[in-house]
Design a protein around this ligand. Structure first.
Ligand code: ATP
Ligand code: MG
Length: 405
């Protein structure tokens, strides 16, 4: 089926009153960005929808991209026809034949924006319904929840027909909520948290701690590849690598074992906050989930959170592991996340971290290390990359991966 345009309906943003203009502007900017390598398209934003004129471009790859743009409620590939009833009927029949299987239920739904068109909504519904039931006697008319709805839109310039409505990604256009620092490990949870942040319109920058030689290049590359997996939702994502070896060695040497994890996490959070401030990020996101591991008891969260005044959002805080995994599978990060490249936290993890650390003790043990000096050193050596869709960082050779497993 050769479609002439894809009609995009906005989601939640149509209810946002005064901000509406900014939201629509951002959404259309994001649509244009994700479709930048299809030069044949014309994108026409309107108040409550956007028309993407295909001008001969195949609709399928365009729709794949649109599926990942937050703020889109649904979209429909449509056929444009002259305002001539014979032509409208012929095009409708072709469309219905291409999309409605034998014996399905259907209805016609007309929207008339051009009030000068001689047939009103009802008359158009009847005319098309009658015509189609004669041409396709197998079809059964059904008003409530039919299998196929033929949508007829009478606009000033032409009539548009569609039989397919595809659910969009929902959420809010990325960028409308402002900028945040996302603490990304190589695990299962933080990529899901990052996805959920993007879904609410947050423009995230990844902050990743690495500890060579205790962590391999692969650990860092895995975090970068996870980031690449999320870029289609936003265009590109900045990835900030924070060297953490010296800090971890110092903590290991000076802090009692029960508090190693707590102090490491406090240092991570301090550094993330410092980076966020430098870069104008307003909030920190992480992948903590209540009660999942020792560092994620409420006592632990409180002892870690003690070092920061910046708001911390934990999108997966109340999700079960199975729910997080299901989401990771949906966004295709799960397979990557379970690849066994050791994370800096795993390597320095004490055998029995305190599940009920005390804030006063954490503060006291921290006086044994040079907090500011270690931070300055790490901050002076950040690595900053911009990651784009399709970039690969890990060796995809299955034999090599199999050897590592
Ligand atoms: P994840 O699956 O996200 O790694 P997890 O259940 O393994 O989570 P932890 O390893 O305790 O939990 O990490 C909790 C959170 O701390 C992570 O979700 C992430 O936000 C942050 N974090 C942990 N390790 C790193 C790291 N190396 N770099 C950046 N952030 C990290
Ligand atoms: Mg982890």
């Amino acid at each position: 089926m050769q479609y002439s345009e894809i009609m995009v309906r906005y989601g939640e943003l149509s209810t946002k009153g005064k901000n509406q203009k900014a939201f629509i502007g951002r959404l259309n900017g994001n649509i244009a960005k994700t479709l930048h390598d299809f030069p044949g398209l014309t994108i026409r934003p309107k108040r409550d929808r956007t028309h993407i004129e295909l001008n001969g471009t195949d609709a399928t790859p365009i729709m794949d991209r649109l599926q990942k743009v937050f703020g889109i409620q649904s979209f429909s590939p449509s056929v444009q026809v002259e305002k001539d009833m014979d032509k409208v009927k012929a095009a409708a029949l072709e469309l219905v034949n291409a999309t409605a299987a034998n014996g399905v239920t259907f209805k016609v739904e007309t929207k008339r924006a051009d009030k000068t068109f001689p047939l009103d909504t009802n008359a158009m519904n009847l005319a098309m319904g009658d015509f189609l039931t004669v041409q396709r006697p197998d079809l059964v008319v059904k008003m409530k929840h039919p299998d196929v709805t033929l949508r007829v839109e009478i606009r000033r310039e032409a009539i548009f027909l569609s039989t397919t409505t595809i659910k969009g990604a929902g959420g809010l256009p990325v960028g409308t909520a402002g900028k945040a620092a996302m603490m990304l490990s190589g695990g299962i949870d933080s990529p899901v948290a990052a996805y959920l942040a993007l879904k609410r319109g947050v423009d995230i920058e990844m902050v990743h701690f690495f500890s060579p030689p205790y962590t391999s290049d692969n650990a860092m590359n895995k975090a970068k590849e996870l980031t690449a997996k999320l870029t289609p939702y936003v265009g590109s994502i900045t990835f900030i690598g924070v060297p953490f070896t010296h800090t971890q060695e110092e903590i290991k040497a000076k802090v009692p074992e029960g508090y190693l994890m707590t102090i490491q996490r406090r240092m991570m959070l301090r550094l993330t906050e410092a980076i966020a401030k430098q870069r104008g990020d307003l909030v920190i996101f992480n992948g903590e989930s209540v009660g999942q591991v020792a560092s994620q008891t409420l006592a632990s969260m409180a002892a870690i959170n003690d070092v920061s005044v910046m708001p911390i959002v934990r999108p997966v805080a109340t999700m079960d592991k199975t729910e997080i995994i299901a989401q990771a599978e949906k966004i295709d990060t799960y397979e990557l996340s379970i690849m066994p490249f050791e994370d800096c936290c795993t390597i320095f993890a004490p055998p029995a971290p305190k599940t009920q650390p005390r804030i006063d003790k954490a503060r006291y043990y921290e006086t044994k290390i040079d907090v500011q000096g270690l931070m300055d050193e790490a901050l002076a050596n950040l690595s900053i990359d911009v990651i784009r869709p399709g970039q690969e960082f890990l060796n995809q050779d299955q034999d090599i991966i199999a050897d590592l497993l």
